[in-house]
Design a protein around this ligand. Structure first.
Ligand SMILES: *Cc1c(COP(=O)(O)O)cnc(C)c1O
Length: 351
């Protein structure tokens, strides 16, 4: 077997929807120690927080409320700050992250909020957030968006699309290490949430006020993740911003999905709903295909894939985000082909 695939820093390549492969420059930015109250960090932190709304063209209308933790903390903070006390939310579910939101919200009769996931990372479904937003606006409903795997790569324009808040995290399309979630909020919507948050740690208004007053999070910040995000954002803009990142992922997804199909795999979502972030494939029912063996064999070749997370079908997932390019996607597919041959799961002939 040839030597296993490695990133530019010698690590295996996670083909997962975050944490994923980070670049050398991002990793190097995360090695130093910083003082969280020190003016140098406070200035860097301010730059990161001001930068995030620009990614979705919201530099005037939006503000960032950071949330220590992962995307799920940011999503829960968004829901408990904006939508827990003021009525009920209708949760649009087409995967496990929609299910998770349903568990966070309790049921009450008058629907005030619609909760939607931009890219449902567990099924690979891309929801038409513009159409959902237009419907919400027409019916006077508020829209909080769950967007960790979309933010930075999939189009969203705050000038055209009405929403209250977008929850995301640093460790997906922004290609940073895990540790920082954030919610980019409409100023007025955030101001109106006064007294509504149902928890202390996840209160976005309190967090934002503290940030404005002191330049810091209320509690210990994930300092290395923030410093590394500062570098990741520099690289993001230097590479051309969200449209270029989106274009690279779309090409990765095209190679991945076409290649997996030629190996006999079926995608779960119909093509019209497929997001260019992650492929969710049905697990082959072939008796020679235990998932763990496929996984281990790919791991030996340097690629870490993901099991499925869906109730509707036995699936496996392969992500195409992170510091990955068409070259890595092609070699991952070669590895999958070798693995299937080794397992004696005959791939179906290419269509
Ligand atoms: C990653 C992700 C989350 C957050 O999950 P964590 O496990 O907390 O990182 C939430 N929603 C979507 C759509 C995601 O892709």
């Amino acid at each position: 077997m040839p030597s296993p695939a490695r990133s530019e820093t010698g690590d295996p390549l996670p083909l997962t929807p975050g944490p994923m492969t980070t670049s050398k420059s991002v990793k190097q930015a995360a090695v130093d120690d910083w003082g969280s109250r020190d003016a140098t960090f406070v200035a860097l932190n301010a730059e990161v927080m001001e930068n995030l709304p620009k990614i979705i063209h919201g530099e005037d209308a939006l503000v960032t409320a950071p949330m220590q933790g992962l995307g799920g903390f940011a999503v829960e903070a968004m829901l408990t700050t904006f939508a827990a006390r003021v009525g009920a939310a209708l949760v649009l579910v087409n995967g496990a992250y929609g299910q998770r939101a349903k568990r966070i919200l309790s049921e009450t009769p008058a629907i005030t909020h619609i909760f939607a996931v931009h890219c449902e990372t567990t099924s690979g479904v891309l929801n038409s957030i513009e159409r959902i937003a237009a419907l919400c606006a027409r019916h006077g409903r508020r829209l909080p968006i769950d967007a960790p795997s979309a933010f930075g790569a999939l189009d969203l324009d705050a000038r055209m699309t009405p929403f209250d808040a977008v929850a995301a995290s640093a460790n997906k399309c922004l290609e940073d290490a895990p540790g920082l979630g954030f919610v980019v909020c409409r100023r007025e919507a955030l101001a109106k949430s006064e007294g509504d948050a149902t928890t202390l740690s996840l209160d976005l208004l309190d967090q934002r006020r503290n940030l404005e007053k002191t330049g810091r999070c209320r509690f210990t910040p994930p300092i290395r993740a923030i410093v590394a995000l500062h570098q990741a954002l520099r690289d993001f803009w230097a590479d051309g911003g969200g449209c270029c990142c989106g274009r690279r992922y779309r090409e990765n997804a095209r190679i991945l999905i076409g290649g997996m199909r030629s190996l006999g795999f079926e995608t779960l979502p119909p093509d019209a709903l497929q997001a260019p972030i992650i492929g969710a494939f049905r697990r082959p029912s072939h008796p020679n295909f235990p998932f763990q063996r496929f996984y281990d064999s790919l791991k030996e070749r340097g690629y870490l894939i993901y099991p499925g997370k869906l109730k509707v079908a036995d699936s496996l997932r392969i992500g195409c985000i992170g510091a990955l390019y068409s070259e890595q996607m092609r070699s991952a597919l070669r590895a999958a082909r070798e693995t299937l041959a080794e397992m004696r799961v005959a791939p179906a002939p290419a269509a």
